[in-house]
Design a protein around this ligand. Structure first.
Ligand SMILES: Nc1ncnc2c1ncn2[C@@H]1O[C@H](COP(=O)(O)OP(=O)(O)OP(=O)(O)O)[C@@H](O)[C@H]1O
Ligand SMILES: [Mg+2]
Length: 505
């Protein structure tokens, strides 16, 4: 197939950090091309330089359709027919798809400058239908599902049929999507491919790469290490290319003393998506929560952490935890990591150090005086343990890559040595190496006697981590799967599949 975009020797240096070094990358007409690599390896940087968001270092050579393409400006990328959807989608959530599309395009106005709403609505409806989304384009996009929202962002990026759009670039489009939504999004990607538009996408979910990509480019430590056709590639070699060495997942080998009193006891929990649920978790036990979005899987941890109002009792070592107060819960020995960490936890003006120590600054203080040296040493220790890519503890957290910001958030909770640790989607957006590091950390939290709950849409993750997995459906536990009864992964997926066919009835 004809190569349309060609990049040679593209580099980008930030103060104190080379984010992209001598990268070579190309895109063929109508292909699906995955871009993978560990957190901080340079994927978003490559995209942002192409988009004109960052200026590249001098010395590069880029062509589009054999003509020199002067990258580094938004206009140049636009004129070259390349479109982008960044991870946050950039939609205005409070208004409809019609308005979101119109905002990006400029309203079509006629005589007397009136907006032709009928025409705009028809146009938006058709653009989304072309992508396979038969949705109500007049409701606020906040009410749409994840895939449909991404669809709106894609439709917005692709409008202007008078221009020749040949490449669409998506940065982690599936990071926050449950499985069924990923399928819908990939359906849209296949439709684009059929229209001759090449799609470049970033993902940490490697099974997606094999499912949909024709080729994959791997970045490691700011360098492109390979571009390979996926049909010539095995999962294990892809992982090795990404990490630079072989990765073996640990197998857990612990036994829970069922005669111990529960460390965490939840009784008759009622709240959004939760219909009278009781759960006990013993010291050293890791309990998984599976289920579709809206089943209760996604609200259990917000309810227990106090982020959402609840009815029902929660006890840690027999002591009642008041409802609706995250700070009382923390004081009682509960720590939690919320799901949408980039929106719900990062304080972007502060340094890596402050973001880590925020929930307990006192640890490194004596008589109200902060021991800066001790605090820095502690933060540096966490940076090392979770392999956070950063120039140091004083770097503003906003300069870290998305996945590395997540790791900083994790260490904020991990360092509290909690009696109860609640993790919501702990490895979303996190690379395969860091995923294993986080899993190992969960193992060690359990080994020291914490009771852990992990809610996750990733069945493989639950099978790797948990002693017991509950599957939720319409606010209730419909199945409990215990380690040692055959393949946990298969069982979880079976129950989930049964649940999703029920949901469609
Ligand atoms: N604005 C910035 N200022 C300073 N350094 C930056 C900036 N943006 C990115 N970096 C650094 O460049 C490196 C590459 O970051 P990039 O965002 O490209 O990673 P990524 O591969 O997209 O990772 P992730 O999978 O976590 O999203 C990181 O080490 C990051 O700290
Ligand atoms: Mg990124």
């Amino acid at each position: 197939m004809a190569k349309i975009l060609h990049i040679w020797s593209l580099s980008k240096t930030f103060p104190g950090q080379v984010a992209l070094q001598d990268a070579t990358f190309d895109v063929e007409e109508g292909e699906v091309h995955a871009l993978v690599g560990q957190n901080g390896s340079g994927k978003s940087t490559l995209i942002k330089v192409l988009a004109g968001f960052h200026q590249p270092d001098p010395g590069h050579n880029v062509t589009m359709n054999d003509e020199v393409f002067d990258i580094g400006s938004v206009e140049a990328a636009h004129a070259a027919g390349i479109r982008f959807v960044h991870q946050d989608l950039g939609l205005v959530e409070a208004v409809s798809a019609v308005e979101n599309l119109a905002l990006g395009f400029g309203y079509k106005t006629g005589f007397g400058k009136r907006i032709h709403w009928k025409q705009e609505t028809k146009r938006a409806k058709q653009a989304l239908l072309d992508l396979g989304f038969d949705i109500d384009v007049r409701v606020p996009v906040a009410f749409l599902g994840g895939a449909a929202r991404t669809g709106v962002a894609i439709a917005r990026a692709l409008q202007e049929s008078d221009r020749n759009i040949s490449i669409l670039i998506l940065d982690e489009p599936t990071a926050n999507l449950p499985g069924a939504d990923v399928d819908r999004l990939f359906d849209a990607v296949r439709r684009l491919k059929a229209r001759g538009i090449a799609v470049v996408f970033v993902s940490h979910h490697l099974e997606e790469v094999f499912e949909i990509a024709d080729r994959v480019t791997v970045l490691r430590d700011a360098k492109v290490v390979a571009t390979v056709e996926t049909k010539e590639l095995e999962m294990s070699s892809l992982i090795e290319l990404i990490v630079g060495h072989k990765v073996t997942a640990a197998t857990i080998n612990r036994s829970i003393d069922q005669s111990l009193a529960p460390r965490l006891s939840v009784q008759n929990l009622i709240g959004p998506g939760m219909d009278n649920v009781s759960i006990d978790v013993r010291p050293g036990e890791v309990l998984g929560v599976a289920g579709l979005t809206g089943s209760g899987r996604d609200t259990l941890i917000p309810l227990l952490s106090g982020a959402m109002d609840r009815i029902g009792d929660v006890y840690i070592d027999g002591v009642a935890i008041p409802a609706g107060s995250p700070s009382a819960a923390i004081a009682a020995g509960l720590a939690f990591v919320p799901a949408d960490r980039l929106r719900n936890g990062i304080i972007s003006m502060m340094s890596v150090r402050s973001n880590v120590t925020l929930a307990n600054v006192k640890r490194n203080a004596k008589a109200s005086r902060l021991n800066h040296k001790k605090e820095k040493a502690e933060v540096n220790d966490w940076i090392g343990r979770l392999s956070v890519v950063t120039t140091g503890s004083e770097a503003p957290i906003s300069t870290l890559s998305g996945g590395n910001q997540q790791k900083v958030m994790m260490s904020r909770s991990f360092r509290l040595d909690p009696k109860v640790l609640l993790l919501d989607e702990p490895t979303q957006g996190v690379d395969i190496g860091a995923k294993e590091e986080i899993h190992t950390f969960v193992d060690s939290a359990a080994a020291t006697g914490s009771a852990v709950i992990v809610a996750s849409t990733d069945s493989g993750e639950l099978a790797r981590l948990c002693d017991r997995v509950i599957v939720m459906y319409r606010g209730q536990i419909i199945e409990t799967i215990t380690r040692g009864e055959g393949s946990m992964l298969e069982k979880i997926d079976q129950v989930l599949l049964a649940g999703s066919s029920l949901a469609q009835k």
